[in-house]
Write a protein that binds this ligand. Structure first.
Ligand code: NI
Length: 177
């Protein structure tokens, strides 16, 4: 699976600029780390599971939180990266609606495989040691959401589904059952 390093470069720089000053929840690390880890998961999957547009998957991985978490608009994303990337970033942006988790999964599930892969990779990356201030209840609900994502989207990528399944199991160590 080949991809264009220039496509990675331009999206990574845009993400770095957009998320500047933001940190990963519960840590002091720059937020850019999160999106580059998601891109790494996606690129690993693409080695085993070819898709129509690998650069779409990689750019959406890098840009997936720009609209949800920064001042960036979908119109800017579309102007810079094209309509397919904008559609993907839109699907990957949570909306402030009732049952936002179900709404998000429904919209991602209706998207191209490249986008469903990003969502699986996003949660795999997030199943890291939780912030110390998260209660056991919060951790349990976070693990439950991860299982919902796996159940809904796992078909999009057996490689990423296996990665997420393993992380969900390992997450048990952060929960006192
Ligand atoms: Ni994310």
């Amino acid at each position: 699976m080949s991809f264009d390093p220039d496509a990675y470069d331009v999206a990574a720089r845009f993400a770095a600029d957009s998320h500047i000053g933001q940190t990963v929840k519960g840590a002091e690390l720059p937020y850019l780390m999160h999106v580059t880890l998601v891109a790494a998961e996606v690129m690993a999957a693409l080695q085993h599971e070819p898709v129509d547009d690998p650069d779409l998957a990689i750019q959406c991985a890098l840009l997936h939180d720009t609209v949800e978490d920064t001042h960036v608009t979908l119109a800017e994303i579309e102007a810079l990266f094209g309509a397919d990337v904008a559609l993907g970033v839109d699907a990957l942006s949570k909306r402030d609606v009732p049952n936002s988790m179900e709404d998000s999964l429904r919209r991602v599930n209706a998207s191209r495989r490249e986008i469903r892969m990003v969502k699986l990779a996003d949660r795999t990356t997030n199943m890291a040691p939780p912030p110390h201030f998260w209660s056991a209840e919060k951790r349990r609900s976070y693990r439950g959401q991860a299982q919902m994502i796996l159940d809904a989207l796992g078909d999009a990528s057996p490689f990423l589904a296996a990665r997420l399944r393993a992380r969900i199991e390992a997450y048990g160590q952060y929960i006192e059952d």
